[in-house]
Design a protein around this ligand. Structure first.
Ligand code: ADP
Ligand code: MG
Length: 399
């Protein structure tokens, strides 16, 4: 599933006339549970996909930054590191350039680079292609310039790149997942202090699969709806007198909703965030006690909350969830920011054909574009090079 490091290195040489210093990889992610909680200081639980962004990179000391993507038409884009300025670039190049900007703004001596990248993480499918792009560039620059930063520190800088340089108000989950996930585990992440716990999550060993169904409806995170939800959550926290909605305990939810009076929209947003944090904790305790199948209904509850309270679903996502569950899946929900993108479906291995067929037929009957369904369970990946001394092979990230 990942791009081959050899092919990316070869293309680098064609473009820039010399072999790269190294090749790095960073995965996309799926969030098992904990949606729209990350910018509320709450809990999330992503795991890495075998789909990866791969970058061939050579460091430079002359202030020049050259960027090329195998997935975008056209020649390399040349920028001057001194001239990088937030929100000045509306192209894809804002993601890697933003990482260079964020590193330099934090005082790290990054003096230029030639970068060629290719990614098998589909863009806009809710699998976080943007974070994979940022993290792979950060991993490469961290090694090439000997910065010695750890995965969570790189994740913070990548988030800053996306928030400030690209201008998209995303939380910390995607970058942390891409930089810190490990194979065979989901990452239980407290987005307040970035403390992490690896939770065993090996479905194949238990005869289950997790399908990722791409609705092919594309969203733009940086556009209005996401920002509105985020502002609504901040308003809720402020009306309730807490730093973040994370501070509203589950058993204090009814009282909090009462205090919000006729702020109907804020009440819905608060209810989603508070119940979603509790769902993450339930899933953690079910997985840790080995009761994996029991997480199915919790995923379905999470979807209903995103659809009805947070209102970020869409008819295609709802149809995947309803159809998959009716066809015998253990559970399903939209994943990622919403307004399109992908849904995840937890199912017994034996039921994969029936569930997949039911979803495809329901899409055809509704007149929707055929969904992209990963028939195989995504193997879990991990980021390359976070703590390793040198470049790593992207293929290793897909194991
Ligand atoms: P998501 O992260 O959910 O996939 P985003 O809207 O956050 O969606 O990020 C998608 C954007 O990331 C694309 O529009 C593009 O600018 C950039 N991007 C992702 N993958 C690539 C790639 N392989 N090459 C160039 N740009 C990419
Ligand atoms: Mg993104």
């Amino acid at each position: 599933m990942s791009e081959s490091s050899e092919a990316v290195a070869e293309r680098f040489e064609e473009l820039y006339g010399a072999a790269p210093d190294g090749v790095w990889a960073a995965p996309g992610r799926v969030n098992l549970i904990g949606e729209h909680t990350d910018y509320n200081d709450g809990f999330v639980m992503p795991f890495a996909l075998p789909h990866t962004a791969v970058a061939a990179v050579t460091g430079r000391d002359d202030g020049v930054l050259r960027l090329h993507s195998a997935d975008v038409e056209g020649p390399a884009v040349e920028l001057a590191v001194d001239a990088l300025a937030p929100e000045s670039d509306k192209r894809w190049t804002a993601y890697p350039a933003g990482v260079v900007w964020a590193l330099r703004a934090a005082g790290h001596p990054v003096t230029g680079a030639d970068i060629h990248l290719a990614s098998s993480v589909p863009a806009g499918a809710g699998l976080s292609s943007s974070a994979a792009l940022e993290v792979v560039v950060a991993l490469a620059l961290n090694d090439l310039f000997g910065l010695g930063l750890r995965g969570w520190q790189l994740a913070r800088l990548c988030q800053r790149a996306e928030n400030v340089y690209v201008g998209a108000p995303v939380g910390i989950m995607d970058q942390t997942a891409s930089a810190c996930c490990e194979a065979g585990h989901a990452l239980f992440l407290d987005t307040r202090d970035l403390s992490q716990r690896r939770i065993p999550f090996d479905l194949a060993a238990e005869g289950m699969r997790l399908l990722v169904v791409d609705t092919r409806v594309r969203h733009r995170h940086s556009e209005g709806e996401y920002g509105k939800r985020r502002a609504g959550c901040e308003k809720g926290a402020s009306l309730l007198g807490v730093d973040a909605l994370r501070d509203v305990p589950y058993d204090g939810l009814d009282a909090a909703l009462e205090r919000l009076g006729d702020e109907e929209e804020v009440r819905r947003l608060v209810r989603h965030v508070v119940t979603e944090n509790q769902r993450v904790e339930r899933v953690v305790s079910l997985l840790e006690s080995g009761d994996t199948r029991a997480i199915g209904p919790v995923l379905v509850e999470g979807h209903a909350s995103l659809r009805d309270d947070f209102r970020v679903s869409c008819p295609e996502l709802d149809l995947v969830v309803e159809t998959a569950v009716s066809a015998g899946a253990l559970g399903a929900r939209m994943t990622g920011g919403g307004f399109g993108g992908s849904a995840i479906v937890l199912t017994e291995e034996a039921d994969v054909p029936a569930v997949t067929k039911a979803v495809e037929e329901a899409f055809a009957a509704a007149g929707f574009t055929a969904p992209g369904s990963s028939r195989r369970s995504p193997r879990q990946g991990r980021a390359g090079c976070t703590d390793a001394p040198g470049p790593c092979r992207p293929d290793a990230a897909a194991e």
